[in-house]
Design a protein around this ligand. Sequence first.
Ligand SMILES: Cc1cc2nc3c(=O)[nH]c(=O)nc-3n(C[C@H](O)[C@H](O)[C@H](O)COP(=O)(O)OP(=O)(O)OC[C@H]3O[C@@H](n4cnc5c(N)ncnc54)[C@H](O)[C@@H]3O)c2cc1C
Length: 411
Amino acid sequence: MDNQNEILILGAGPGGCMTALFLAQKGIPCTILDKAIFPRDKICGDALSGKVVEVLKKYNPQVVSDFAQKEFEIGSWGVNFVAPNLKTLRVPFKSQNKKGQDIAPGFLSKRIHFDNFMFEEMRKFPCITIIENIAYEKVQPDKNGFKVFLSDGKVHKASLVIAADGAYSRFAKQIGNLKMEPQHYCAGIRTYYEGVKDLDPEHFIELIFLKEFLPGYLWIFPLPNGQANVGVGMRSDIIKKKKIDLKKALHRCINEHPFLKNRFKEARMIDGMKGYGLPLGSKKRKISGAHFMLVGDAASLIDPFTGEGIGNALMSGMFAAQTAHRATQNQNFSETFLEQYDQQVYKRLWPELRLSSILQTLLKFPFLFNLLVNRANANPTLKNAISCMFDDLDLRNQLKNPLFYFKLIFG
Ligand SMILES: Cc1cc2nc3c(=O)[nH]c(=O)nc-3n(C[C@H](O)[C@H](O)[C@H](O)COP(=O)(O)OP(=O)(O)OC[C@H]3O[C@@H](n4cnc5c(N)ncnc54)[C@H](O)[C@@H]3O)c2cc1C
């Protein structure tokens, strides 16, 4: 016999969990399904930005305090940008949380731990039915929603499907009709090291814009116990055009690049180099339809400049839960009704996604980046303005204004 659900969430990564948790807070039952058994790993840079903290606080500030006590995370207080000329700009996050207060503006935590923390939070709610270790294999629209066929042979019917099954989402491809477009897609490789020299004492993340990877970057993100997540991300169309083997290129840079080789001389790689896709939000897409919504990577919402996707997965999960709440109240799962989800997501995220796309394009001109870093290092006011840009979108907008660079050159 078929299982009947009102709301079925596919995928229990950060996006799926956040959706289920916001629904549960309103007392709305749902079933959430994942092909993995938790704890499970996800290839990632493991950086949890201020937006992750923002959404989790909206859900429940206590959860953020609890997370900040875990030994598997460390707080991060800023970012070191290394320009193509290898000059570093050290930018603290300007945030309401000043140093000395216990909660950092951002965190670093291996995904195996963070995702499991989110997953365990769901167990507190009896109205969330969790199914692990079962994949969905096929979806079929029917007159009241969808029929979802699972790997154990069972079939679930749902009035509303929320697809949060990540970058390779079957549902987004088959039902949402989202295509992989290389100019709006990035490939990423990450590995783990221990013993990397000169990690930042305040756990600033490090984005190193080497010429060979532009407009992408190589990263070194500190982790607990002296470990570091090291990786590189690059747009798929550029990888193809330049015929780059990302794994080999990362290996070569670590062993030979003058900026890196001494820092890695005595370091030990403790995991293989693993790759995964990053669907970028540099293009607006239709992310809902009759009886469904797409969340997180399934909706292609990764920031095209920073590669950050966890915050946007949580944010879209929150909006999906709000729309699902209204849809169940009205018993209306039509395409027109669910369109409010697209509107909410893009109203909040599009200004920054668009700006990040422009910044990504600006990286075609490395001399501008070099100039910005040189001038900011010499000018504390400019450095402070850049620091504020993380929180202030209007200020960040200046980076796309030619006048800003004119003043930088001649000011
Ligand atoms: C190399 C790399 C580095 C990155 N670095 C960062 C970073 O530092 N910070 C950041 O914010 N973002 C980063 N990202 C992006 C980030 O990893 C994603 O944006 C984020 O994981 C999206 O969360 P999600 O819940 O949408 O999807 P996911 O985390 O991918 O979760 C999807 C879930 O769906 C399940 N699933 C998939 N298919 C099925 C199926 N058929 N049936 C059942 N379950 C299924 C999976 O098991 C998984 O648990 C990086 C990505 C890459 C590839």
